[in-house]
Structure formats: C-alpha cells, structure tokens
Design a protein around this ligand. Structure first.
Ligand code: AQP
Length: 343
C-alpha cells in the first residue's frame, strides 16, 4: 500500500538547545516544509524519563517551541505541538510495548550511554524511550523522519515495530481494507555535513545538552560574545587545515569545525577546504565566528522574544495539539479495532 508522505520529528525540552540540534535536525525540519506536510513535536514525555524540575520543563517546552518558530517553522502551514497534549502517543506506546521485544531494546546504545553504570536505577521510561518514539512517529503513520545520526538506531527499531505489527495482525489489517500493512516503515532522513556535531572540547563526544561544560556546545540562546568565545576556545590541533577531505582523517576536532562551517554556510566540506586549506586555524576560526554569529544571532534574539510571550506560544501549542489529535485519533481507533479491542 502506498502511504501519503508525511514528515514527523521531535526535540526534547531538556534545556540547552544547541548547534547539534539545529544542524542535525531543525535546519532539515525547515527545509522539508517546502516539499512535505510536516508535524514537529516538542517531546515533553521523553523529557521526564530522567530527573527533572517542573518549572524548568515548562520553560523548556516554550523555549523549544520558540526555537522552532524562530528558525523558520511555520506553525500555521504545518503542525507544532507538545506530545503530552495528545494522549494517543501514550496509548499507542502501550500497544507497541506488547509488540516490541526485550532483545531489541537491550541493544539500544543510547540507553546504555544514558543509564551508565547505574542501570538498575534508571527509570523504566528511559529504557522504553525508543518504543514511545516509535509511537510518536507511527500514530501519524508518518513516512519520513529527519533526525541526527544518533537517532538512527531508534528509527530502525521503529521500523521493526511497524513491520512486526503489520505481520502479527496481517489478517485483521487486510480485513479492514488497509492492504498489506497498517503502518509505513518510516524512513530516516540523515544527510548533510553535520549529522553528528561533536563537542567543541572533545571531538570524540557528541555535542549534547547534558554535557557539564557549557564550552562544549554553542547554545541557540548564546549571544555574539559567547559564540565568539566558544569558537575561539574550541579544541584544535597544531596542524594547518588540509586542502582535501582525506587530510581530516584522525583529526576529529578539525573535521567537526569544518563540518559545522559547511552546514552553516550551506556548502560542502570539500568547498570549505578549498577555501581555507593550508591556512591557520586562527584565520578559519575568525571566519567561523562571523558566520555563526550572522546565522545564529538573529535566531537567538527571536527565540528569546518569543519564549517570553507565553500567551502566543501556548496558543500555538494548543492549536497544533488539536490538529495533531485530529490525525492521531482515527489512527488509534483503527489500531484498537485491528488488535481486537472494542472501541
Ligand atoms: N550533536 C548532535 N549532532 C547532530 N544532531 C544532533 N541531535 C542531537 N544532538 C546532535 C539531534 O537533535 C534532535 C533532537 O534531539 P533530542 O533533543 O531529542 O535529544 P538528544 O539526541 O538526546 O539531544 P542531546 O543534546 O544529545 O541531549 P542529551 O544530552 O540529553 O543526550 C534529534 O534529531 C537528534 O538526533
């Protein structure tokens, strides 16, 4: 069965929204609006899988929503909402809990990284996170999911869950006129020069919201001075920049900065090396500061302004939630019928 193309993706409101979230995900969200119908979600239910402060969570939900809009997402043409306002996410997640296998979840590397050594003490929600993520996507029967490289494994799990549901209930699905499968197998969209932006302090670690060092990341809320300081202090090596891509092998910090420059400038890493190869890092970093300030400065300013307008942001989320629910509810009703619930 051919599914109507629909884009879905989400960002957790866990604070410190950064350049990795922007280049790995949000820039693509903005681009896809031109060619697809899109649903962008502030995934607040994922944000409670680890200890959180309620007052910060409310502020962070508004901040991510403001960031979406400041970056160029149009909440009128597309859907912007927060996950917890659409109960069908949790409802479908329970059904998927009964479809997904323990063995599949035991392989998830993000849980291992986030739970660390104290796995016995991690929340069940953190372990189950990828199942809820599958429900987030599939409750809309979304076909395309723009994400950073770190979410690839979770997307594969979502595909496995969709496939198993389609197989397990094939007869019931066909009997209700849904052809061979009720759920599409969602395609990850992971492209471009910055699918995995690394920490500015350590090129082997992903840039992340939870890194204790603020110098490891550029926050979308950083002002020009903070951006300049962080880029200048970014770890590099003593060699000049190479003129060809192969010269970046085993130079993770240099490769990261070149990738960031390319993504911010809308060019390729090759082009960046053609322009800056052979030169010193100080020159390249000065150009990167100018570029980053020009691109991110206006976004940060707009984000702050919008975040403070609670009435506007809350109205956007309410309207988006109503429109999201209008798609999710009939899909969930069909799932209930397919699996044999009376509804
Ligand atoms: N460093 C990154 N490079 C490229 N893409 C990234 N993403 C996250 N970090 C990078 C992408 O941003 C989107 C939203 O991510 P998220 O908020 O749902 O969660 P996350 O991946 O857990 O983000 P963090 O910053 O890494 O948080 P912590 O520190 O809590 O682990 C996703 O599409 C993600 O791929």
């Amino acid at each position: 069965m051919a599914f109507k193309e629909l884009v879905f993706s989400g960002v957790q409101p866990t604070g410190n929204l950064h350049l990795g979230n922007y280049l790995g995900a949000i820039v693509k969200f903005v681009e896809l609006q031109k060619s697809h119908q899109c649903i962008y979600c502030v995934v607040d239910m994922h944000a409670i899988t680890q200890p959180h402060n309620p007052a910060d969570l409310v502020a962070n939900i508004r901040e991510v929503t403001a960031a979406f809009i400041a970056c160029g997402i149009d909440p009128k043409q597309h859907i912007v909402f927060n996950q917890s306002q659409v109960a069908e996410h949790a409802e479908l997640a329970w059904v998927f809990n009964c479809v997904a296998r323990m063995g599949w979840l035991n392989r998830m590397t993000q849980f291992k990284e986030k739970a660390g050594k104290d796995r016995e003490n991690a929340s069940i929600g953190l372990y189950d996170y990828p199942v809820l993520m599958a429900a987030d996507i599939l409750v809309y029967r979304a076909t395309h999911v723009p994400v950073g490289e770190d979410q690839k494994q979770h997307l594969e799990l979502a595909r496995d869950i969709a496939q198993k549901f389609n197989n397990d209930f094939a007869e019931s699905i066909a009997a209700r006129g849904f052809g061979e499968g009720f759920f599409p197998l969602p395609e990850p969209l992971i492209q471009g020069p910055a699918t995995r932006v690394m920490s500015l302090r350590d090129g082997s670690k992903k840039m992340s919201k939870s890194d204790a060092s603020d110098y490891s990341r550029i926050n979308l809320s950083d002002d020009a001075d903070a951006i300049a300081q962080k880029v200048r202090k970014a770890k590099t090596d003593p060699e000049p920049l190479p003129s060809e891509l192969a010269g970046l092998d085993k130079r993770p910090e240099a490769a990261n900065l070149v990738g960031i420059f390319a993504a911010l400038n809308g060019t390729s890493k090759d082009q960046v090396l053609t322009d800056f190869g052979g030169g010193q890092f100080s020159q390249f970093k000065a150009a990167l500061v100018d570029l980053a300030v020009a691109k991110l400065g206006p976004i940060g300013a707009e984000m702050k302004k919008l975040s403070a307008d609670h009435a506007y942001i809350d109205a956007v989320l309410r309207d988006g939630s109503d429109r999201a629910r209008a798609i999710a509810a009939p899909n969930m009703k069909a799932v209930k019928e397919i699996i044999g619930f009376l509804s």
